[in-house]
Design a protein. Sequence first.
Length: 387
Amino acid sequence: MPSQVYFGSARQARLEAKETLPAKLDLILERLHLRDRVRGERVLIKMHTSNNIGYSTIHPVFVRKVVQAIKDGGGKPFVADVSWDAEGAEQRGYSAEVLGCPVYPISGPDEKYCYAHPRPYKNIREWKVAGFAQDASFLVNFAHVKGHPTCGFGGALKNIALGCMASETRSQMHDAMHFDPYWFPEHCPEPETTIPKIAASCPFEAIVEDRERRGYMHLHIEQCNQCGRCLQVAPPGSLKIQPINFHTFAEACAIAVSEVLSTFEPGKAVHLSLATHMTPLCDCFGFTTLPILPDIGILGSDDIVAIDQAVLDLIARTHLIEENIPLAMEIHYRQGHPFQQLHGPYKDPYKMTEYAEQYGVGSRDYELIDVYPLEKVERSALPYTPA
C-alpha cells in the first residue's frame, strides 16, 4: 500500500492567509494527527538552523507552529542541531523566546555526547548517534529542501543522516567516498609533470595533488561536476571518475538514517519538508544565494523515503532558474533531475531514496494528497487592511 504524503502547494488562488504555507502546515499537522501522538513524549524537532548569515532555512513562523502543536498535545518539544549551528541559532531567529522551546546542540557542546552503534561499512566501524536524538522519545524531522554538492540534494533523509550523527561519524561518512580508489599511480609514469597538468585542467579545483601521499591525486567530490576535463589530460587508466565514489555518500546516509530511526518506536516519527528558496548548496555553508528552482510548497509524511521521493518528483516537473545560478557553477549535463543537471550526472538525488528503500527505512511508493487544492478563480477582491 502506498505511503501517504500530504502536500500544500506554494501557489495560491486567492490573496488570503488561509492559502499560505503556514496555514497549509496546520492542515498537514492535523492529517498527521501530531497532537494525538505526542502526549508525555520528549519530542526532538530536528532542523537545520544554518550558521553565519544564512537566511533561507525554515522560517521561525513554521517552527513555532510545530512547537505549539506538540505543546497542545501534551508533548515536551525541543529543537536540536549540530553544535556550531545551535550555538548561534538565536542570531538567525531560533531562540526559546521566538520558537517556544529550547534549542540544544544535538551531540552536546563538544560533540561528544553520543551512543555508538556498531555496523561496519567501508571505513566506518560504528555510527555515533547524537545523544539528544537517541534520548528523545518522538521525532519531528523538519527539513529544508535544497541542493547539495556531495549528493545533489538535501531533504528529510539527509537532515537526520548527518544532523543526528556526532561529528566523528559525519566526517567518516564524507571520507567513505574515498574508500574505493580512483587514482592509480602505476599508470602515471611522470607524476612530477603530469599531476600539475591534471590539476590545472579543472576550473573548479576539484582534482588536486594529495598533500599526504606524494605522487597521488585527491578528488574533492563536492567541487566535482564530472565534466571530464581531467580525464582528457590524465594518462589512460591513471584516473577514474566513477559512480561508486559519489554514490557511497548516499548509501552511508541510508545506513545512518536506519540507525537513527531504530532508536524510536514504530509510529513515533513524522517528517516535514519545506521546499522553498531552494539554493545550490546545503544550509550549513552559512550563506544564502538566489533560489535556483521555483518554490514547491510543504510536505508531511510518516514515511521518510516517500516524502523525499515526492518532493524530488515535484521538483522534477520544474526547471532550473538558470539566471539565478552562481556564475562559478557550470551546467554541462542537460538530462535527468534538475539537481543532477546542476551538480553532475553521478550526483543523482534519487540515489538517496533508492538506498534508503533498500535498507528498509521506507518506501518510494506514495500517494500525494493535496491538503488545499488550488481552486480556479474567475475574480477575487483584493484584501483590505484598514489604516
